[in-house]
Structure formats: structure tokens, C-alpha cells
Design a protein around this ligand. Structure first.
Ligand code: SAH
Length: 406
């Protein structure tokens, strides 16, 4: 049983799931990793948690019901409930979209664990020791529910050092671990009726950024006859929507050569399938380039619509101040360069940058660029990436559609 120090329990009673060492009475902390009852200094039950001294978050709270101890059947039930919350995505799967998230970490009450469906394949990413310890239970639960062709599990390289985990990829078929004899073949996924090629287990994130699904749809409403700039385009999520929305031209930029190649092959794929008109091939340019240099070098007034979807610039709270400056510069440059009346879709996926702070950064960008800015739409992450109200950190993707007036 772990006792929380007086004054440190308030957020935990409000279901915040993370406890750092400074909040625990050290004399009550166990040596071995495992499930622990967590109580306040005056002995009131707070929650059941998982303690592991080797984790950078040593105590992670799981269940706030005293009669519901998180054993392996708790994990199986939590996985099942999380998957069933995505029922509407499964019923839509045969038509427009077959890539979506079924477990979104703490926001689905499953710390350090995300899982995405890619057609008949499930990708799991583990970023905490507790999820690593419980992975076979989770695999069994997903297998029993979905019978996927394969489950691919990786540890998240960004967390391996701080969680003392190895960088590992595991493959499961029928719930049993195996080693694929050869490289996995390329597959096609579908989002909102558009197709993307990818090789399971490769690429950034779990292979595709499905958190931007709704925002791509929104963008499509603004691009008719527009000249579009897609900054940090990855494999073309926004570019394909711009082409389908009838843009005049789209210039896409990314620092990754692989992403650029993939974007071009995705345009070809959708043209070949008759989803995009063949004129799309002449409308798109894909460029390997740094976004900051690109924004400095493009001419003024060349673009009607600009998209800024940079990688997580604030990796940690510590880098927040320098990241804010980078977000400010990026957005200032875009506001300076865009045509008057142009549409700027701007995003931040840094969990440590709060929405209000991102908005303040954008206000500074507007001031420094000497422009007026209107917010047309306030957007976030798709509903398969829910935000848990007791865990503000789960609201990581913020996006705005802005009009820039000069
Ligand atoms: N908009 C994309 C997702 C973007 S993810 C989509 O809809 O799928 C962020 C992208 O930024 C990644 O593809 C990464 O390769 C790219 N990137 C990272 N640093 C960059 C830089 N300095 N300049 C340009 N692109 C960068």
C-alpha cells in the first residue's frame, strides 16, 4: 500500500493518473513492480495503481473503484471496452475509412499503450513499462475481439531511454508471437475514401497520422481553385484532400525523402484508381526541404491556402519555451507570405503546449507579421483520440483554420 503525502492527493482524487516520487511517502514504496493500493495520508482509498521504480512515472493509477482491482481480467475488459467504444468506426470500415485508433493510452484508461487498426492489421505502440508487462494480455484481448491478420507491437523509441525499455518489434499471429520470414508486403489503407500505400511496421508514428482525419476533411472545403502550400506534408494526407477539393496547384514540402516519394506514389495510386482526376499529377510538386528555410525562400503572395503541420516541436516541458518561439516564427512567416484573405491551417501536436498558449503564440505571430487574423474554425484530434477531462495532457493536437487579412 502506497501513501500519498498530504496536499499531493487532490489531482489524484480527480482521476489524474500520474504520480511522481515527490508525492509518495517513501517509507511505503515497495521494491518490486506491481499493483498497489494507493491511499491518502489519512488512510482514504484513492485508487489502484501500478508501481514500478524504473518508470519515469513510477506510479500510474488505473482503477478508482476499490472493488475493481486491476488484474489481468481488468486489462482484458478495459481493452474490450476501449475497442467497443469505436463501434461506429468498425461499421464504416468497409466503405470510407479503415485506419483508426482503438486504444488511446491514458485517455482510454490504459497507460502507455496505443493501438491502431490498419485494415486487417493492428499496430500497438508501448511507451510505459506497465504496458510492456501487460502486453501479452492486451494482445490476447485484441486477438479475441478482432481476429486480425497480424498484430505488430513496437516499443516507442522516444520513451525507451526514460522507461528503461529496449527498442523492440514483435509480431503476433493468432495471438502467438512469430518472426516473419520476409519483409512484409505493402498494403493499402483507406481514409475518407482516399488510398495510401504503406508497409506495416515502417514509417513515422504507427505509419499514418490518423489523428488529422477530420481536419483534412475540413481543409477540403477551402481549396477550390486555390494555390496550396502543404508544409510538413508526410505522405500527403492534406495534399490528397486539396487535390480532391479542386485546388489549382499544391506544393508539398517535407524533410523526409521517403515521405516525399510516398506522397507522389499516393497521388498516382488515387489517379490510377480513378479517385483523383488525372490532372492531379500536373498540379502537385513534392519537395524535400526544411520548413523554416522554405518559408523564408518562397515568394510573397504565391499561396491562397497554407498548411503548417510540423512535428512535435516541444518534446518535453523543458523545451516548451524554445518550441513556442519556433511555432511563432513558422506562423509569422506563413502570415507574411500568404495572399491577403488567404487561409492558414495551422497545427501543433505538442502535448505540453496548451491550447490557450498556442493561441497566444498565434496572436504574437500576427502582431509581428503586421496582419489581422480571424479564427474560422477551432479543431483538435479525431474522436478516436479522445481527450480525458481528468488528464489535460491527452489534448495534444490543436489546429486552427485562420483567415489572414492584410
Ligand atoms: N501533415 C502530415 C503529417 C505531418 S507529421 C499528414 O497529414 O500526414 C510531421 C512531418 O514533418 C513529418 O513527415 C516529418 O518528416 C516532417 N518534418 C520534420 N521536421 C521537418 C522540417 N524541419 N522541415 C520539414 N519537414 C519536417
Amino acid at each position: 500500500m502506497i501513501t500519498i503525502l498530504e496536499g499531493k492527493e487532490r489531482n489524484l482524487f480527480k482521476h489524474h493518473p500520474w504520480v511522481f516520487s515527490g508525492a509518495m511517502d517513501a517509507s511505503t514504496v515497495p521494491e518490486a513492480a506491481g499493483v498497489e493500493k494507493v491511499v491518502s495520508h489519512d488512510g482514504r482509498f484513492i485508487a489502484w495503481g501500478w508501481y514500478d521504480k524504473d518508470s519515469h512515472i513510477p506510479l500510474r493509477l488505473l482503477s478508482w473503484k476499490e472493488d475493481d482491482m486491476p488484474d489481468s481480467s481488468w486489462w482484458e475488459r478495459s481493452v474490450r471496452e476501449s475497442v467497443l467504444r469505436r463501434k461506429s468506426f468498425f461499421s464504416d470500415m468497409s466503405s470510407s475509412t479503415n485506419v483508426f485508433r482503438i486504444i488511446h493510452g491514458e485517455a482510454d484508461l490504459l497507460p502507455g499503450l496505443v493501438a491502431d487498426v490498419y485494415g486487417r492489421i493492428v499496430r500497438m505502440i508501448v511507451s510505459a513499462r506497465v504496458a510492456w508487462d501487460m502486453r501479452e494480455t492486451v494482445v490476447r484481448a485484441i486477438e479475441g475481439l478482432l481476429h486480425p491478420q497480424m498484430i505488430i507491437l513496437n516499443t516507442d523509441s522516444a520513451f525507451c531511454a526514460i522507461e528503461k525499455l529496449h527498442e523492440v518489434v514483435e509480431y503476433y499471429q493468432g495471438g502467438v508471437r512469430f518472426t516473419p520470414a520476409e519483409k512484409l508486403p505493402e498494403m493499402r489503407i483507406r481514409e475518407d475514401g482516399l488510398y495510401y500505400g504503406l508497409v506495416p511496421g515502417t514509417g513515422q508514428k504507427s505509419g499514418f497520422y490518423c489523428d488529422q482525419r477530420e481536419n483534412r476533411k475540413r481543409l477540403e472545403q477551402y481549396v477550390k481553385d486555390a494555390v496550396v502550400f502543404d508544409g510538413c506534408c508526410y505522405t500527403g494526407g492534406f495534399t490528397l484532400h486539396a487535390l480532391r477539393g479542386g485546388c489549382r496547384k499544391v506544393d508539398a514540402f517535407d524533410s523526409s525523402a521517403d515521405a516525399i516519394h510516398r506522397l507522389l506514389s499516393n497521388v498516382h495510386l488515387n489517379v490510377d484508381l480513378g479517385i483523383l482526376p488525372s490532372s492531379s499529377l500536373e498540379k502537385v510538386t513534392a519537395n524535400k526541404a526544411d520548413i523554416f528555410e522554405t518559408l523564408r525562400s518562397i515568394p510573397h503572395n504565391a499561396y491562397d491556402v497554407m498548411i503548417l503541420d510540423p512535428p512535435k516541436l516541444a518534446q518535453t516541458i523543458k523545451s516548451l519555451e524554445s518550441a513556442k518561439k519556433a511555432y511563432k516564427d513558422l506562423n509569422r512567416l506563413a502570415m507574411e507570405k500568404i495572399r491577403s484573405g488567404g487561409i492558414l491551417m495551422t497545427c501543433s501536436c505538442s502535448g505540453s503546449l496548451k491550447r490557450e498558449d498556442f493561441r497566444t503564440v498565434l496572436a504574437w505571430s500576427a502582431k509581428d507579421a503586421g496582419v489581422e487574423v480571424q479564427i474560422l474554425e477551432t479543431l483538435g484530434q479525431g474522436m478516436d483520440h479522445p481527450v480525458r477531462i481528468s488528464f489535460p495532457e491527452s489534448e495534444y493536437l490543436k489546429a486552427y483554420i485562420l483567415r489572414v487579412i492584410k
